[in-house]
Structure formats: C-alpha cells, structure tokens
Design a protein around this ligand. Structure first.
Ligand SMILES: Nc1ccn([C@@H]2O[C@H](COP(=O)(O)O)[C@@H](O)[C@H]2O)c(=O)n1
Ligand SMILES: C[C@@]1(CO)OP(=O)(O)OP(=O)(O)OC[C@H]1O
Length: 166
C-alpha cells in the first residue's frame, strides 16, 4: 500500500518564572520555578502542536490560539493539542509517529518521560510506541544552559487518509 506521507516540525521556548507550575508533556514536575506563558506554557505540547499543524500545512499554534484571547489564559496545552488533532483529522490526515526532544539544563526530564508519552499518546489517539520523547542539556551553553528557560522541538509524520483533499 502506498501512503501519501507528510512531515512537519515544531519548535518552542518558554522562560522560567517563579510562582508557576512546571508542566511538560502534561506532567507537573516538582521544581522551584515553572514556565511563563499565556497558557500553561507546556513547551513540549506547543512544539508538538506546531509539528502536527506544519505537516498538514495548517498554520501555527499562535494562529489557532492567539495569546490575545482570554479563553486561552492558563489553558492546559493538552486541550490545545486535542483541538489540533481534530483539525488535522478534519483535513484528512492521521498520525504515523511523533518524535520530540526537550532541551533543559534542569530539571531531569527522564523520570517523567513514561508518563509524558502516555499523556500525549492518549490525546493523539495513537499507541505509546508512536510517541518518542527525549531530553538533553545544552552542556551549560546558551539560555538553556543558563537555566533561563526550556526549549523543545518536535517532528511529526502524517499519512493522508482515504478520500482526503489534496
Ligand atoms: N533535562 C534533562 C537533560 C538530560 N536528561 C538525560 O540525561 C542524558 C544526558 O544528557 P546530556 O545533555 O548530558 O547529553 C540525556 O540523554 C537524557 O537521558 C534528562 O533526563 N533531562
Ligand atoms: C499557546 C498560546 C495561547 O495561550 O500562548 P503561550 O502559552 O504564550 O504559548 P506560545 O508558545 O507563545 O504559543 C501560542 C499562544 O498563542
């Protein structure tokens, strides 16, 4: 069977701030600071949203969820991700797999990866083995290395479902 495949990438950064929970991949990680944003600032979910939207050529997260809209204030990014999944489904695409990297000097992400993959697979409606999450420091270099924030990048592979518009 030949599948019409589409690839997309996403990238996001949020700064650390006091008095905020640290939420990454839908997991609240105990830490002295969280990430600042209009939403819950889940940097991993945002990168994934953009990868999915990019693969379907449907714009980006800010187009669909403007930070000028009070309805997205502190919203769970899992909710935004669910909405993005509906958009790509309506556009005639299904998910083959997604792969992500969290760039964080601190905290350690590895202990939370299993739960993150579970959360994201659940929202995407795919098996956990179609969701890969990795983490790296930047060896002390740059804004990540100075622990000023966390970055994430994601890549998504989509297939065109039967009867989808070109
Ligand atoms: N925030 C992070 C960063 C890294 N890890 C894990 O440590 C491994 C080594 O990271 P380096 O940046 O030193 O290469 C990495 O492969 C991850 O498994 C992590 O859990 N959280
Ligand atoms: C998600 C949105 C909307 O609440 O706000 P932020 O949490 O600031 O995140 P960003 O990565 O800047 O993406 C788009 C925004 O419109």
């Amino acid at each position: 069977m030949t599948r019409n495949l589409r690839i997309g990438m996403g990238w996001d950064v949020h700064p650390f701030a006091l008095g905020r929970p640290l939420i990454v991949g839908g997991v609240t990680i105990p830490h002295e600071r969280g990430l600042l944003g209009h939403s819950d600032a889940d940097v991993l979910c945002h990168a994934l949203c953009d990868a999915l939207l990019g693969a379907a050529a449907l714009g980006d997260i800010g187009t669909h969820f403007p930070d000028s809209q009070p309805q997205y204030k502190d919203v769970s990014s899992l909710v935004l991700l669910k909405f993005v999944c509906r958009l790509i489904d309506q556009a005639g695409f299904g998910i083959v797999n997604v792969d992500m990297t969290v760039l964080a000097q601190k905290p350690k992400i590895a202990p939370y990866v299993t739960q993150m993959r579970r959360n994201l697979a659940d929202v995407l409606g795919v098996e956990e083995n179609a969701v890969s999450i990795k983490a790296t420091t930047t060896e002390g270099l740059g804004f990540v290395g100075r622990v000023e924030g966390i970055a994430a990048c994601a890549i998504a592979l989509l297939y065109q479902t039967q009867g989808a518009a070109s």
